[in-house]
Design a protein around this ligand. Sequence first.
Ligand SMILES: Nc1ncnc2c1ncn2[C@@H]1O[C@H](COP(=O)(O)OP(=O)(O)O)[C@@H](O)[C@H]1O
Ligand SMILES: [Mg+2]
Length: 322
Amino acid sequence: MTLRARLCAVMQALEVSHLTKVYPNGKRALDDVSFAVPEGSFFALLGPNGAGKTTLISILADVVRPTKGAVRFLGRDLFRERAWCKKRLGVVPQEIAFDPFFTPRDVLRITSGLYGVKPDERWIEELLQRLELAAHADKNTRMLSGGMRRRLLVAQALVHRPRVVVLDEPTAGVDVELRRRLWDFMREINRAGTTILLTTHYLEEAEELCDHVAILREGRLVAAEPMETLMRKLAAAFLWLRPEGEVRDAQLADARLARFRPRRVQGGICLALARDERGRLNVHEAYQAAVAVFGPPVEMEVRREDLEDVFLRLTNRGGRTS
Ligand SMILES: Nc1ncnc2c1ncn2[C@@H]1O[C@H](COP(=O)(O)OP(=O)(O)O)[C@@H](O)[C@H]1O
Ligand SMILES: [Mg+2]
């Protein structure tokens, strides 16, 4: 390998290749999945229930053995160099199991030891503060609510300051405000250089925060791209306008509007936009055609599908229409 090739190789935090998992009961939970997570990215792994997200994360966490395939972690073979990788990887599993006799502070100290590092008390204190567990730090973990346990799992995954953090549904069951602060904290950690891979059902938050996305459906990968690329490629866009007067059928059938497939929506008309090869929308042409047919509008808006619309379409559960 040339030096350049070697440098490029370590630019990927994770490279999943042809990963396949068939459970003993014959269930194919992952089927030839390949994608890469660039170092420094904030990466969303999405998919409906049963898509294989937890299976993939359990493989990364060494809890599930893959049937086929390889994973490179920071350029190394994850399965052959577990010890090296483990020190640099933090995983938050979906299922929760704490020893009920320990306190959150104990759990964080013990976890440091398991990763082979001396507990960093200041960092532990900061994690307890930032994850809003400080008031519960010395109570038994069995006293914690579901949301608190989940935050403790996040703290556990971060306690050894890993370069890559993998979180399975870290915000499930966490209320809106706290979820927002949790995402803020993850964004901070990401800005400081930590790669984050997470699964979530909160697609709006994923769209806002994540710069990369992969979508699984029934064990197969249906997309893996920078968020912006995916949205530009797959999110349909519309121009909605409300003309001054009544919209007449004859106007809707006007040949100048035909390529925009006009429909009546919310007291106005909705025109489907298209992109050219450089990704630019033909919003100006649509506007001009509408003005030619209806005169100047009294209200208008460009609407674009969001990640949820794209997700629903890709995972074949029907889509919302705008
Ligand atoms: N231990 C197991 N044995 C058999 N099938 C399993 C096991 N774990 C998960 N599955 C199945 O594999 C598929 C993927 O599950 P999972 O990875 O948990 O998906 P997700 O996290 O995306 O909801 C599902 O159909 C699930 O029922
Ligand atoms: Mg899951």
